[in-house]
Design a protein around this ligand. Structure first.
Ligand SMILES: [Zn+2]
Length: 368
């Protein structure tokens, strides 16, 4: 039946009718609140590009976790800012690591809150990449000049040859200014597995690897099982795209790469089919839940994953999504609460049953 018999506006007339036929409903139990834990005591330092989001010392993180729990939000995900960084991400897997400390403290004080542990190395590496960095051989050789320097007998000639070598190297450097490096996938797996076991041991309930190395879910699963954490689930950041929307997070977690970018391991934003392969492989490797990140620019990926896979599906509304809404709201250009709820509803409607969001507390308050 078409118009005038059918009038879709009939069911939009009042809020009661609209509510009756509403297809998607947000509830606080689908939300996860991200928290950034830093060293010190009494520290509550606002992230400049994320108003309302803080770096918290362990004691403050406990208070925050208590508040999150009291609002009906069932889970937090923890990120760490270590006091020292190095080339093997010691802070990620040390028993006294900042997230391990925070986990023990929160577990002791706030019962019933699900603690997720983000597993990545970038916050703990001096270079800010998500895996072990290996120098690759230069695309040119200094062999000939070096041989000349060694073969020359008189010190004067040697000096001249070395000068020539320096000039040659300088020219080559000018031509190849980009440092040559590679993220060593397989070597990184061991550190990711070690980090996961350490987090589980400290009391983390859900292990959430976000590094995008190949094979990490299988490596983490077998390490957890071997350490008798068979019951600790893995929420895999299965389709994580290289994205400009992560900008503010890098300030919050102090994890900007010191050189290069993350495009050799995070996904290309153009690829939906590849995202399905990433998810499929993670499921084969033993993921219990899967995630798409970021959320709003990748709603189609969320929707496709929902149709294709039966696992619980999460989406991460990332720092840049939050910062854009906050900035526009501060300028009076949009209604903060309305846009916040609309963005969360859209992510839920696309198919994500679990939403990681900096709005978890605010949304829970509105939904109460
Ligand atoms: Zn990372």
């Amino acid at each position: 039946m078409a118009f005038p018999v059918t009038r879709l506006r009939r069911l939009r007339r009042t809020e009661q009718l609209r509510s009756l036929v509403r297809e998607t409903r947000l509830t606080p139990d689908s939300l996860v609140y991200p928290m950034f834990v830093c060293p010190g005591e009494g520290v509550r330092k606002e992230v400049r590009s994320m108003p309302g989001v803080f770096n918290l010392s362990v004691d403050e993180a406990v208070k925050e976790a208590r508040e999150v729990h009291s609002l009906g939000v069932p889970s937090v995900i923890l990120f760490g800012l270590p006091d020292k960084k190095d080339e093997v991400a010691t802070g990620a897997w040390a028993d006294q690591g900042i997230v391990q400390q925070a986990t023990r403290a929160i577990k002791g004080e706030v019962s019933g809150l699900i603690l997720m542990g983000d597993v990545c190395l970038c916050e703990y590496m001096s270079h800010g990449h998500c895996g072990i960095v290996r120098q690759t051989p230069a695309p040119f050789s200094l062999g000939a000049a070096a041989m000349r320097a060694v073969a020359t007998e008189s010190p004067e000639k040697k000096k001249k040859a070395i000068e020539g070598m320096d000039t040659a190297a300088g020219e080559m450097k000018a031509r190849f200014v980009q440092p040559q490096f590679e993220i060593d996938n397989d070597a990184s797996l061991e550190l990711l597995a070690r980090t996961s076991v350490s987090l589980a041991r400290s009391g983390i309930d859900v292990i959430a690897p976000s590094d995008m190395m190949d094979g990490r879910v299988a490596a983490i699963r077998s390490a957890l099982d071997e350490a008798h954490f068979q019951n600790t689930p893995i929420l895999s950041y299965a389709a994580k795209f290289a994205s400009g929307f992560y900008g503010p997070f890098r300030e919050a977690a102090d994890s900007a790469p010191q050189f290069g970018d993350r495009r050799s391991y995070q996904m290309d934003g153009a690829n939906l089919l590849e995202a399905m392969r990433e998810i499929e492989l993670d499921i084969e490797e033993g993921a219990d839940m899967i995630m798409v990140k970021p959320a709003m620019p990748y709603l189609d990926v969320i929707a496709a994953a929902r149709l294709r896979f039966d696992l619980p599906l999460a989406a991460y509304q990332v720092s840049g999504e939050y910062a854009m809404i906050e900035a526009a709201a501060q300028n009076g250009w949009i209604e903060r609460h309305r846009v916040m709820m609309e963005s969360l509803l859209s992510i839920h409607r696309a198919g994500a049953g679990i939403i990681l969001t900096y709005y978890a507390k605010d949304a829970a308050r509105l939904l109460a």
